[in-house]
Design a protein around this ligand. Structure first.
Ligand code: 3PG
Length: 216
């Protein structure tokens, strides 16, 4: 069922979508000096997409700086409120990711015509998300709550839903997550966490991730 989603592409045209990508790097920006290394590394590594977490004081500015480049798809993550969603879209975010399911945030982003992937963990949350018209959901924190086993349990029940597991995904378990038929993409911080080492380190990790995704 993952055939409808292609491996990550280098395209960042106006039609580029989050759903073109099977790996979604998540960036928590601790130091604004790392932002350009994240952007440069992801672009040269062939993975031109990033979810910038609104954690700490640098998140929104990083969304804006990366979105202004125009060569990668930039979204905002850890969006907890409608105000944060609004500010993220104003800063140039092309998609929104939330750690949990908040109907007000979902409806606001849907009304703006922007993709949203909210976090879910329980069957009740999956069904609430389906009720909001969503079929692509973030499974968070996947690694803490069974990961692949949980995905298999949901795949049997929610046959039209695809998940983006996040939390505990690394290079060494990326392949098994992407191979799961209920998974449309995997997200995590292991690539951008190398930003302090420079763009080349980010680029090298991105290339490995793209290679893994291309093989799945
Ligand atoms: C998330 O916000 O999706 C997770 O915190 C990412 O988790 P990771 O740091 O384990 O990749």
């Amino acid at each position: 069922m993952t055939g409808e989603f292609s491996a990550s592409t280098a395209s960042t045209s106006s039609t580029a979508s989050l759903f073109d990508h099977r790996v979604v790097p998540l960036a928590s920006v601790a130091d604004p000096a790392h932002v350009d290394a994240i952007g440069d590394g992801l672009v040269t590594g062939g993975l031109p997409v990033v979810e910038v977490a609104l954690r700490g004081e640098h998140g929104l500015a990083a969304v804006q700086r990366l979105a202004e480049r125009g060569d990668l798809l930039v979204g905002a993550g850890t969006v907890l409120t409608v105000d944060q969603a609004r500010h993220s879209l104003d800063a140039g975010a092309s998609f929104i990711v939330t750690p949990g399911l908040d109907a007000d945030v979902v409806r606001f982003v849907q009304d703006a015509g922007v993709p949203i992937v909210p976090g879910v963990l329980t069957p009740t949350e999956v069904q609430a998300a389906i009720g909001l018209g969503l079929s692509r959901l973030k499974l968070f924190p996947a690694g803490v709550f069974g990961g692949l086993r949980l995905l298999s349990a949901y795949a049997d029940v929610y046959r039209d839903v695809r998940f983006m597991p996040s939390g505990g995904i690394r290079q060494d378990n990326l392949a098994e997550h992407l191979a799961h038929p209920a998974v449309f993409a995997a997200s995590g911080s292991w690539i951008t966490a190398l930003a302090a080492q420079g763009a080349d380190a980010v680029s090298a990790a991105a290339r490995v991730a793209v290679s893994v995704a291309t093989d799945r």
